[in-house]
Ligand binder design. Sequence first.
Ligand code: MG
Length: 327
Amino acid sequence: MVKFFISPYTLIPNAPLNALTGAAVREGVLLKVTWPDGLTGYADLHPWPELGDAPLKDHLADLKKGRVSAIVEQSIWLARRDAKLRSEKLNMFFEGVPIKNNFTIIRSQILQPGMIDEICNEGFSSVKLKVGSDLVNEADFLNHLAAANLRIRLDFNAVSSWQVFEKFISNLSPSVRALIDYVEDPFPFDEKSWSEAQTLVKIAVDNQMRKVPWKYLKKPPFDVLVVKPARTDVDVAVAYCKKWNLKMTITSSMDHPVGASHAAGLAMELKKEHGEMILEAGCLTHRLYHMDIFSAELTTQGPYLLRVKGTGVGFDKLLEGLEWQAL
Ligand code: MG
């Protein structure tokens, strides 16, 4: 019988995380799964009720009864990857090829002096900016990014509208627009208006992916899939990218360092397998939270997450030392 154990945790944001959520402490659980074949693996479970997920307690109550939600299914899949690598004493970070991550900026950080110089000096080539709560300031900030020749990824989390989006993009200078890699979830998914948006700038789909009628699409009204392995079936996403000639960005779910490391390890493996199709990742999100014993274990070098000590996804001693409650 497959057995599940949980260890609850909290993450303390340094500042409000996006246009939809505040700076409230975030809750999740680490999941330990043991299989009848003797393997044990670990993963994160970090729902986002703000983005439409059921609350954490519902996922756990369901799992207890043998019902597996989509995000729990992903957690179990990631735990199994971890378990296999652990059993072979392999570290996930040596299984793929190095992949750069974008620098993630949340709104309240944009006025910090010296930040852009620091990003460039560390070797980052692209910045992801959460936008939509103060467009005037955000547009001004983009000029500074462009002056430093940084590539730009914008994320509206679908809070904008076609009119606001169109005006915002049209008013940007040509030098800023030339540096925009894509705009993520500009407004709620609608095939026709997303197609129009695509004529202005490349579009990426992230949280709106669940609204995409894949079976009936003639041509996707987006160019990039933003795939969070904690939330999306990676094999299905890869198949879509191949079928429609789309690119893929792997990101964390702004979750626990165990979740972010799973995403980074997978990004490195997919990069090795699919090359150009896999764009720079977005897994260095642990810095959005106060440092804890787990994030202290992450070894980064500029835009690269180099490794996490241990086997599988790493953190061996810390994971073994946690208190686990049987589910
Ligand atoms: Mg997004």
